[in-house]
Design a protein around this ligand. Sequence first.
Ligand SMILES: [Zn+2]
Length: 392
Amino acid sequence: MIAGGAVIVTGGRITAVGSRDGLLRDAPGTTELSFPDATLLPGLINAHVHLGFDASDKPTLRFQDPGDPAALALMMAGHARQLLDVGVTTARDLGDRDGLAARVRDAIAAGSIPGPRLLVAGAPITPSGGHCWYLGGVADGEAQIRQRVRENAAAGVDLIKVMASGGQTTPGGAGMSESQYSTRELVALVEEAHGLGLPVAAHAHGIASIDSAIAAGVDTIEHCTFLAGPGRFEPSDELAARIVAKDIAVCPGSSGNWRALGRKIGDDRAYAMVGRTKWLADRGVRVIAGTDAGLSAFNDFPMALRRYLDFGFRPEQVIAAATVEAAAATGVGHVTGRLAEGFDADILVVDGDPRTDLTALASPVLVLAQGRTHLPPESVMRGAGRSRPAHS
Ligand SMILES: [Zn+2]
């Protein structure tokens, strides 16, 4: 933390970080933006979103109905902008259809539309009738799995997403606690993906699916709920130790709103399910932040981060999980997640000090995404109940 600090941005890059007085002396002619009571931190990373889901009661409906791809792509562009509004400058899209997220990614990179840097998985790989089969990534058996990985790679994805267990949004498929693939099949998938230079994110709720994902050497485990059967959570010290040994990061892929979940399944169970991330962190597992936006709102990331405090995380831990740790775990630790010379100018300016009060994250004053300026709209501050500072 630098009190009275400054960051010099040239083009899309950070070219210097240090004390304000020294830096401005060395860089005459620099246009200065001053935020006296604000904190500058790296732009946030939401490691689990679905731009194509619409965060309604039936979030995946538009995807199940073929509909109009152009309309869907425009909706996804709007969602990307909502992420940026709350300071998210990098997001991983972990499942869409028809390569649309990659188009949105490319339009943002070209500067055509505002949005965060996107890392896209394309269609998640899943068996016939399995979780999210309607996104088009169906593959049964080793040969088809390898073929599907190669097809996604050819379509320009940044990573491979596999549905190692069932999920809650696909009726008729495997249950959440059941595995969709054998360990051998996941090993083949990871081998093929890594051979093409692509990391693997595995959706895994069930204990057996988590076990297989670890054995296969995936890069991140999404959800990691430790479901032993319907409604039975059995966190395993042995599995947690193996996750640490393999340096796999865990993304809860949840809005963190355990109280809302509690109204459906009871507070104790909801807390046990969502609060497991702290249990994992206490055992040395690298936890990174992600909300499954698309199933939840796109502009609630600051609120979702605040809920980590309910489980005993410290504010600094939460900020790291949404910046430097998430960048490293998603393969972009060399370009973002830190305010340091040579890194992309992904910068979030918030009113106040988030280390002492994490609600400060809900008061973004300015967002820079790869050096491009984005002014958050008033509406994103409503949830925080704080007024916008006059100097912004
Ligand atoms: Zn998801």
